[in-house]
Design a protein around this ligand. Sequence first.
Ligand SMILES: [Zn+2]
Length: 510
Amino acid sequence: MLTTAYGAGLLGIDGFIVTVECNSTKSLPGFEMVGLPDTAVKESQQRVETAIYNTGITGSDLNIKINLAPADMKKEGSALDLAIAVAILQGKKVIPKECALSDKMFIGELSFSGSIRPVRGVLNMAIAARDHGIKEVFVPVQNAGEASVVDGVTVYPCPSLADAIAHLTGRKVMTPAEHRVFDEADTVSFALDFADVKGQIKAKRALEIAAAGGHNVLMIGPPGSGKSMLAKRLPSILPPMTFPEALETTRIHSATGLLSDGTSLITTRPFRSPHHTLSAAAMVGGGSKNLSAGEVSLAHNGVLFLDELPEFHKDVTESLRQPMEDGRVTVTRAGGRLTFPSTFMLVAAMNPCKCGYFGSKTKQCTCKPGEIRNYLKKISGPLLDRIDIQIEVPALSFDELSVKQTAEPSSVIREKVLAARKIAKERFRDDNITCNAAMTSKEIKKYCAIDDKALTVLKSAFDSMGMSGRGYDRVLRVARTIADLSGSENIDMRHVAEAVSFRTLDRKYF
Ligand SMILES: [Zn+2]
């Protein structure tokens, strides 16, 4: 008897339909599986047979052949267990022939006891189901949240194989999960707030400008001055996520297996802070066996924070170039070739020198001049080229630390950021860019005209700092954002002067 059930596979961040065909006959008992299964899928025979047995289903042993179609797509992991079990059970007539499986998809790993374990990529698979016209999706209980985001499918959180059988035979119908609607209130709910950060007025102002213009930032300061504390709060002042952004970010995290149980949508911008020992493959994605998303994609629509920037291997920082330029990254490995989205804001932090205290008022730097230069040389030039804002984050004095006054909360800063972004969006309506940081020389010429007074400020900065032509563009981009924040159409000398102050490295070190 030939039976069919739908399961799903995962290719990068896209789910695809897998048709599980089961041919069961009464000839010599046996089990065979074809259709490019990996080791985990091959092992599903053991899990499926034991789960069926422990669910109390015995009876005649059959000869079972399973075909996973399409045959040319590699099937990975254990998510097909449930679909395979259901196809077999219909072959065994435990699930009656009359029960139509053609509008249902089954996702989940089976344990020996028959309970259903969570798997990665359920959101992506449920989207594939919907796009394929499948009406009902049976998923592990822990993954029901993410699946319930998908419009147009009924999601059944399924605790065990026994529950699936009871439902399909009509003995005990399960309750579907409630459809999860995107709620804008969730996009502005943050555990960390700028109100908690004392002092650091200049650094906070720099992050406000960075958020408003989408500029990448480098923070330079001694250990313990609060660089990561500031960076972690950046998502709280960025524009709230839209539904398509939330969905895309969640798809990446779901496919990578990083959604915590029960999560439905990631509604706040992600903050990723990989350690400096990570490999280039972990940064941009890939891997020898499975092709999975890297840190640049996990930070998609959010912030990628690189603490102790000079400590990162050069090949890792250089690998950021393509994803930063294109907003997506293509990884090629033995397993194939895939593209992942990677639009993020980069925030990097570093000590001013090897010992950490160059230029510090509180502690003496013990580095030799040559060592300071070598330390800074470790930063990749092409990466530095993509950073518009550089700021110093000095250690706070006792007076600043003991001040009682509360700082400006993130919600207030976010309003200013939103107002500036609105101005930029309106300006770029015909330009195919969305923020000031994305302006190329062409747009800079068009939108960053400055008057004579401002030009004088810029020229004297140039002469005294020995700024490069690229530095010039960066100052103008930031000056444009500062003007937008103050609601000014023209860029005047104050805007330029403030923008120049965010070129710490040019000014102080080179
Ligand atoms: Zn030092």
